[in-house]
Design a protein around this ligand. Structure first.
Ligand SMILES: Nc1ncnc2c1ncn2[C@@H]1O[C@H](COP(=O)(O)OP(=O)(O)OP(=O)(O)O)[C@@H](O)[C@H]1O
Length: 243
């Protein structure tokens, strides 16, 4: 079972630029949560804060249901040099290098890696070099790699960027399966129709947390313009209040 994530007055700024202001939310365990909002609204910064990759002010807690579980993360962009002699399978197995079994026996890992690639329709690309894949195919491989350790919490930053319809279908069906397994999923996503299909809890962020709720409530046509074109105003007084 994935954890609940509790955000308490989370604020973040880069030098004088206020990115997040006093974001307070409870992301319930075992659900799919989607962070949406305009470009530059602080979505990636929020994910990076949750992952402990960016310093912030305030508190972020994971409430695991039993013992602390595993976290998988797929960042927004990855570029692979076409000449890099790293196959898709090598890349997936890099994840396993932390394991003491790595040098001992890797057939089991290979089988597992191929199974994850198959979940994304990418098993026939296993021996391609990473740099030979299209952007959407690379995204699919990154997702397969994140699944390899069977994470309880999966954090994905714009995972369907550049994916074709087939890739998106694999992705959406996998997310549904993972939610059925009570994993907690946290996704930054831009595509309103795709998010409606995910049946997620949506959190709209533009510096502030503007709204949280079920996709069908938050993404009503009458609300979308207000939420996504929300004017972002930071007075000098507000600046002095954070971080
Ligand atoms: N390391 C950094 N140093 C300085 N400014 C940064 C840094 N990282 C992000 N920013 C700025 O913080 C703001 C929020 O960035 P962030 O990537 O969190 O937004 P986002 O909502 O994910 O945007 P997008 O939808 O475009 O991906 C942007 O204006 C960005 O330029």
């Amino acid at each position: 079972m994935g954890p609940a994530i509790i955000l308490n007055d989370v604020s973040l700024r880069y030098e004088n630029n206020i990115i997040l202001e006093k974001v307070t939310a409870r992301l319930e365990a075992g659900l799919c949560h989607v962070v949406m909002g305009p470009n530059g609204g602080g979505k990636t910064s929020l994910l990076r804060s949750i992952l402990g990759l960016t310093p912030f002010k305030g508190e972020i807690q994971f409430q695991w249901q039993q013992s602390k579980g595993k976290i998988g993360y797929v960042p927004q962009k990855a570029t692979f040099e076409p000449s890099l002699p790293l196959t898709v399978l090598d890349f997936i197995l890099l994840n396993q290098s932390r394991s003491p079994l790595f040098f001992n026996f890797n057939k089991k890992h290979k089988v597992k890696a191929l199974q994850q690639l198959a979940r994304l329709g990418m098993e026939d690309r296993a021996m391609f070099r990473m740099g030979q894949l299209s952007g959407g195919e690379q995204q699919r491989v990154l997702f397969a790699q994140a699944l390899l350790d069977d994470p309880d919490l999966l954090i994905l930053d714009e995972p369907t960027n550049g994916m074709d319809d087939q890739g998106v279908r694999y992705f959406e069906s996998l997310i549904n399966d993972l939610v059925k397994e009570n994993k907690t999923i946290l996704i930054v996503h831009h595509d309103i129709s795709a998010v409606r299909r995910l049946q997620a809890t949506v959190h709209v962020v533009n510096g502030l947390l503007l709204e949280s709720g079920q996709a069908e409530d938050v993404l009503q046509p009458s609300k979308i313009e207000r939420l996504f074109n929300h004017y972002r105003h930071h007075s000098s007084q507000q600046k002095s209040e954070v971080v």
